[in-house]
Write a protein that binds this ligand. Structure first.
Ligand code: DC
Length: 223
């Protein structure tokens, strides 16, 4: 049987990454973190000294950028023109720059093609902001994962604290609020649930419970 195309959208800190990766592993599907692709373009722009509003140069950067995921014994890695950029795209600077450039049509159009190519043939779990609304409106199953803002900020803060980043909870909350607002109010492909998405609120749920709920929906849909 052909693998399904599953989309998981939602704001940062809702648990999308962990849930998407585990779900893909359980189903033996590929996992695609589309936020990492936006981060990769942001890193390329930063390293070329390109301003986020310089459309012409952004287009040029995209036309020379080949992005590829690879599953390795060290987990999934992202390569840009052959360079492993997996860790370099996780800085606070890239986080904010990725959000800024994601409002640009030149970037969204370039990444739309990259993502659709990665989804050809199905058997993929796509994690992002506009997977079910714009990139894969015909996806087999769409989820929208959310949680209340305080819970999401606390989760992100704990994650950063584990990496010994010296950021306070108040700073994390502030940055997350700004990014949520930017991501959900932009004109192009704003963050919002698809009309036919299954909405799950993870505020009071453990990861395993979220996955269980998703597997139930997948099972019911494929029966
Ligand atoms: O999921 P993330 O934090 O790695 O995403 C980084 C940024 O990329 C996020 O602020 C918004 C943007 N993004 C997007 O616009 N569309 C997607 N499908 C995924 C991410």
């Amino acid at each position: 049987m052909k693998g399904l195309l599953i989309t998981i959208d939602g704001p940062s800190g809702a648990g999308k990454s962990t849930v998407s990766q585990r779900l893909a592993m359980l189903l033996d599907y590929n996992y695609i973190d589309t936020g990492a692709l936006y981060r990769a373009v942001a890193l390329a722009a930063l390293s070329k000294g390109c301003a986020p509003d310089d459309n012409e140069n952004l287009a040029k950067i995209c036309s020379h950028l080949a992005l590829r995921f690879e599953n390795t014994s060290k987990g999934q890695r992202l390569y840009a023109n052959g360079d492993d950029i997996t860790e370099r795209i996780r800085t606070p600077e890239i986080t904010m720059l990725a959000s800024a450039i994601s409002a640009k049509s030149v970037i969204r159009e370039y990444l739309m093609d990259v993502q659709r190519e990665m989804g050809r043939g199905g058997g993929v779990v796509f994690e992002g902001r506009d997977m079910g609304t714009v990139v894969f409106p015909e996806a087999d199953i769409k989820f929208y994962l959310d949680a209340d803002p305080d819970t999401r900020a606390l989760r992100r803060y704990k994650e950063l604290a584990e990496k010994h980043a010296g950021t306070s909870l108040t700073e994390v909350k502030g940055a997350m609020k700004k990014r949520d607002e930017d991501d959900s109010t932009r004109t192009l492909a704003p963050l919002k649930p698809a009309h036919d998405a299954i909405r799950i609120d993870s505020t009071y749920l453990e990861i395993e419970q979220v996955i269980e709920a998703m597997l139930e929906h997948i099972g019911a849909q494929t029966k």
